[in-house]
Design a binder for this molecule. Structure first.
Ligand code: SAH
Ligand code: SF4
Ligand code: F3S
Length: 475
């Protein structure tokens, strides 16, 4: 029997045990969108096992944390939260499960077992699908479960899923990362790249379209290497997929985009993250030619210095990155960019940092996710000499932030008076009389309108800018 069938039997068994008990679960997701998508699966599993969701950990019978370890602050947060859970467990007998990326780090699981012995289940990124079995064993035996494995994970299909948003959905297209950027922990905790079968992805998106979703985001640590690992063993690998009675051949990220673009009722397609080194022309052409694909390209820079990029093992130079941007500007009408930047990685000099500022000025990003370098145990970066002192890191961070914010302000001003088509995502968080959505370039827009407009596309005229959002009027 296949692994997922086995787990589905455990779901049934737990469901029987939980019958008529009105049990609740609470979940905390600490990581990126991939982590969030994993949490949607965890919630799907828990709900099928008879737990219903609460946002309040105080009343949860089952508490679950889905962790991240990409930067240090995640650890502080986890251990702080674990302290709080102890008190709740003493009161309610809550079952505590912790999973996700941080659980793939040995020093962390050892610390949990030693200092937080009341944690019931520890599971990793490769064993998420076994949560039903872990829960069953806890309910039956009450012995602590350690279910972390350090093997190459597989791709599992058919897990239940409970989506957090009913207007836009995330679809993981591949797992893992092969890039080993020298600062980054992800390849160690997520294993090697493995892509889902295109048919499974298309089926999932077609189902989303039927359920009323209009926007999908394709997720992976390096989406433009979709199927690349698989093709290494089998260079002629190609899948035939039928959409609307038309045949599509899928053997790459570009061909996947072209196929997803054909799915009826899906009107907006986004993807994160591509890697600049793998940004082949076919992907650029697919973005240019596929009407539904957002023209905002998230293109992680990390550093603008060729010396730093080499130390970071990014496999492109400053010039190659800028050339790629120029090429896309020439080929994709209205293309815009967002990026990720790390400041203060080991060996970064003032001059290197100036190179980063230079690229930021030249590319003129719509959005920059800025990070202060955080040393990760087990990565090459951890052992590098010449680490940058904290105060210099912060100084550089603030300088970059200043530049980015001034650019955002200038860019925002260019939107004023323009028409923007947006998918209305819901009521604004800060003002319940306003609705909110995002432009193609992922800028938040708020405007006055009838709630009936939620989950439809509207055209707005932008009237003012407010740094982190724009205001608009129905056109
Ligand atoms: N695979 C994606 C995203 C990886 S994690 C990519 O390559 O773009 C998201 C971001 O976190 C990275 O782009 C990087 O900017 C940042 N990051 C990763 N490791 C980090 C570290 N050790 N310290 C600070 N930021 C880090
Ligand atoms: Fe980390 Fe680099 Fe992989 Fe992104 S591409 S997850 S930064 S190793
Ligand atoms: Fe994502 Fe954090 Fe893991 S960024 S892949 S949840 S380490």
């Amino acid at each position: 029997m296949d692994e997922i069938e086995i787990q589905k039997e455990y779901i049934e068994k737990v469901n029987k045990i939980n019958k008529n008990k009105d049990l609740k679960y609470a979940i905390l997701t600490m990581g990126c969108q991939l982590n969030e998508n994993d949490s949607e699966k965890l919630c799907g599993i828990l709900e099928e096992m008879g737990y219903s969701k609460t946002c309040n950990f105080e009343e949860a019978d089952f508490a679950i944390f889905n962790t991240c370890c990409v930067r240090e602050n995640a650890e502080d947060k986890l251990f702080g939260k674990l302290g709080e859970l102890k008190r709740i467990k003493e009161k309610n007998g809550t079952i505590i499960a912790i999973g996700g990326c941080m659980m793939q780090e040995k020093h962390i699981t050892e610390k949990i077992r030693k200092s937080y012995p009341y944690v019931d289940i520890i599971f990793g990124t490769h064993t998420l699908h076994r949560l039903p079995q872990d829960v069953y064993e806890i309910l039956k035996n009450e012995e602590k479960i350690d279910d972390v494995i350090d093997i190459e994970g597989k791709v599992y299909e058919g897990l239940p899923i409970k989506r957090f948003n009913n207007i836009k959905a995330s679809v993981t297209i591949m797992y893992g990362c092969n890039n080993f950027c020298s600062y980054c922990i992800v390849p160690y905790v997520r294993g090697r790249e493995r892509s889902r079968n295109p048919q499974d992805i298309i089926n999932e998106i077609e189902k989303l379209a039927k359920q009323g979703y209009k926007e999908v985001t394709l997720l992976g640590q390096n989406v433009n290497s979709y199927l690349v690992s698989e093709k290494r063993n089998n260079p002629n690998l190609e899948y035939n997929v039928k959409i609307n009675n038309k045949n599509f051949k899928i053997n790459s990220f570009a061909t996947l985009l072209i196929a997803v673009n054909e799915i009826d009722k899906i009107e907006k397609i986004r993807f994160i993250s591509p890697h600049p080194k793998d940004f082949t022309d076919d992907v650029i052409n697919a973005i240019a030619n596929c009407k539904k694909v957002s023209k905002l390209v998230h293109l992680p820079l990390q550093s603008g210095s060729t010396k730093m990029l080499k130390i970071m093992n990014r496999k492109y130079t400053k010039e190659q990155y800028l050339n790629l941007v120029e090429k896309m500007k020439a080929k994709i009408p209205n293309v815009k960019f967002s990026t990720d930047i790390i400041v203060g990685f080991a060996e970064e000099s003032e001059e290197d940092f100036e190179d980063t500022l230079d690229v930021v000025k030249k590319v003129n990003y719509e959005q920059v996710f800025m990070f202060i370098y955080s040393r990760r145990v087990g990565t090459p970066g951890e052992k590098m000499k010449n680490q940058v002192p904290e105060e210099i890191k912060h100084k550089r961070f603030n300088k970059l932030k200043e530049l980015v914010e001034s650019q955002i302000k200038q860019n925002n001003e260019k939107y004023i008076g323009t028409k923007q088509k947006i998918l209305v995502e819901g009521i604004s968080k800060n003002n319940e009389n306003m609705l909110t959505g995002r432009t193609d370039s992922n800028k938040v827009v708020v405007f006055e309108g009838d709630k009936k407009l939620i989950n439809t596309f509207v055209t707005l005229k932008i009237t003012s800018e407010h740094m982190w959002y724009l205001k608009g009027k129905l056109y």
